[in-house]
Write a protein that binds this ligand. Sequence first.
Ligand SMILES: [Zn+2]
Length: 72
Amino acid sequence: MEAKQFQLGDVVQMKKPHPCGANEMQIIRMGMDIRIKCMKCMHSVMLPRTKFEKKLKKVLRSEAIAPDQDAE
Ligand SMILES: [Zn+2]
């Protein structure tokens, strides 16, 4: 198994699509937990890094985003 590489701002495809039908998520926060946001419905989900890596299918592209504004 190759190591998956990803970074903040990457748009990734998960093994299972989001319930809204889209399968493009952007990494909007990295840390012990990874927060990803659905590119279609903008819903965000937080996953532990290990779980994220298991569910990650591939990185589609990298997009620069503004530094994390953790508004919650
Ligand atoms: Zn969605």
